[in-house]
Design a protein around this ligand. Sequence first.
Ligand SMILES: [Zn+2]
Length: 431
Amino acid sequence: MSTDANDIPARPQAAPSTGASGTGRVDPLAFAQALIRCPSVTPEEGGALDWLEARLAGAGFRCHRLPFSAPGTPDVDNLFARIGAGAPHLCFAGHTDVVPPGDERAWTHPPFAAEVADGVLFGRGAVDMKGAIACFLAATLRHLAQCPEGVPKGSISFLITGDEEGPAINGTAKVLDWMAREGEIPDHCLVGEPTNPKALGEEIKIGRRGSLRAELTLTGRQGHVAYPHLARNPIPAMLAILDAFLAEPLDAGSAHFDPSHLEITSIDVGNRTANVIPAEVRAAIAIRYNDRHRRADLETMLREKARQALQTVEGGDGLAMDLRFTGHGDAFLTTPGRFADTLAEAVQAVTGRVPALTTSGGTSDARFIRKHCPVIEFGLVNETIHAVDERTPVTDLAALTDIYARFLDGYFAAFSEGRPASPPSSAISAG
Ligand SMILES: [Zn+2]
């Protein structure tokens, strides 16, 4: 059983006073199927942005396609679309690009066919995150159908990138730069990443941890195990350094964050010979950290621990140490308040669940948006993201559309007319 996504009207039926009568044709399932059928594996646009732009333009949005390029990375297309001119300005942010399907034969239903079986929609991007884009589009069309002249009390915009799953260089960050130049920065942003572990309504993300990777290389001198005094084995020193990294927890957590965590993800020597002392050992370390740290402080602390540990090992001063860091940026938090409350109320009204306001999980493009405005995240259930047979119950698409529609109503009621369009800047704290 599958629904055909063709001939969906772009514009909601005009039914200003009874929006519900216009909702029959605004079907988030059909929207999600149309998007999944666009094979938009990063960096391919795959027709997904074209499809979305046509729907938004048909509803009266002003649309801008924003292709960006940079040396050493593929060109990527992006879309910014806005309806309305004034405040409050709510932006929905997301991505139409998807990760590759992997072995397509392992899928129960082809990854780009968007088939529905037993009430479940299968396809790459069903939850990460074409499903949420479909729901937000459906909710927006429903909301606009209730607005006089089909225009909201302030503004609604879509910031949709094709470069979230890739290097994220030609995507959201550059669109935000463009938006800043054009005066299009919103007052608030909702990212539609899948945030729920098991059931719709469990979690709203109000921040994200920082992410830091370290690559540690120790170089000594190769030699014969029978003549160790002629060689310099770097492995004991590596063990001492890693032991020092793990000796104490980084912290005990903070008000809205779990404890920071350091994980050793690899130790490599590559030595297949039993009688050779190797010259080099490498280790990789991944750290997810909360708002009690900043990247520069963490780097300084790890360098100092490594230096001290090296001194405790015999011959350690004869080894060359190279410690390099790469990172995704510090932790951030959008302090709970009226914005998150408005979404939480909508979630509870539709699902009966009181969502937890959390900061766990991986990074998302919210890390770029938080530099410009308060940002929170809520979407589908994330159990099958990036997996074979990525899927979502069709009922979740309907419920998420209801949540987003209620949120739009609540947002414009809470932030229009005499109320401040934006909370004070202290509402965003970068940890
Ligand atoms: Zn995603």
